[in-house]
Design a protein around this ligand. Structure first.
Ligand code: SAM
Length: 250
């Protein structure tokens, strides 16, 4: 295949060859890893913690379950899951080693070390056998993946029958005025904040652009159904700034 024949995808508002996207995303998260947790708190005013807690409330972790947290970054979701189910086990998988390094340095990681694995890998080609996990989570990760349908197919493959998928992702506010105000904040404030805190404006410009490119709640629910999941439902968080999507493998 020549370059001109290659399929393209979006990286924020840019069109790039599909084969280039993972490298660009890896560059973003390698650059921001050291300040990732701090920036999450600053940008969202701490809201991301409440959204992750809401994810746990709906997921209701149970003792003995095996969780795979894809694009798990610095471990926020896995730590919360293991706190609620002290005999569960979790695997955090991420494309960017620097994010996993930050996660492993957190106090929770050493306290939970025996129940936690950290794996470098790609959501589109998971290094696990079929029917392995009870729960698959991905939080603020799937919009960065080059082919979302491939990641959802992999989620379905590695879940056991009866297993559950839950996705936390930025979404669409179903109110034009509120969406306009939110866009003003996102595009006007976040890249400048990224520049001030991490010295990297471009990575945060990508962040806000990638949020706008991600499908709305109904379109994403349809993609989850197409991957074979049943009982697909979603809940808006903070008026739809973010949304949780849930589905089951039967
Ligand atoms: C915004 S962070 C989310 C981290 C964490 N889940 C959270 O909610 O705080 C996005 C993460 O997705 C990871 N990522 C992006 N593309 C990926 C892929 N194809 N496979 C696995 N991880 C990926 C990045 O390396 C980054 O750590």
């Amino acid at each position: 295949m020549t370059i001109s024949d290659e399929r393209t995808t979006h990286f924020g508002f840019q069109d790039v060859p599909e084969s280039a996207k993972a490298g660009l995303v890896h560059g973003v998260f390698s650059s921001v890893a050291g300040r990732y947790d701090l920036m999450n708190d600053l940008m969202s005013g701490g809201m991301h913690r409440l959204w992750k807690d809401a994810m746990m409330d709906w997921l209701a972790p149970r003792e003995g379950q095996r969780l795979l947290d894809v694009a798990g970054g610095t471990g926020d979701v896995a730590f919360r899951f293991l706190k609620r189910a002290p005999s569960a086990r979790a695997t955090v998988l991420d494309l960017t080693e620097a994010m996993l390094v930050e996660g492993r340095q957190r106090a929770e990681a050493s306290a939970m070390a025996e129940r936690l694995d950290w794996v470098a890998g790609d959501a589109m080609a998971l290094p696990f056998a079929a029917n392995t996990f009870d729960v698959y989570t991905i939080s603020f990760g799937i919009r960065n993946v080059t082919r979302i349908a491939d990641a959802l197919a992999e989620a379905h493959r590695v879940l056991k029958p009866g297993g559950r998928l839950m996705v936390l992702e930025f979404s669409r506010i179903p109110n034009d005025l509120a969406q306009w105000a939110y866009d003003r904040y996102s595009f006007g404030v976040i890249p400048a904040m990224g520049q001030a805190v991490t010295g990297d404006r471009a990575s945060y410009q990508y962040l806000v652009e990638s949020i706008r490119k991600f499908p709305d709640q109904e379109s994403f629910a349809a993609m989850i159904r197409s991957a074979g999941f049943t009982q697909v439902k979603y809940r808006n968080l903070t008026m739809g700034v973010a949304a949780l999507h849930s589905g089951w493998k039967v």
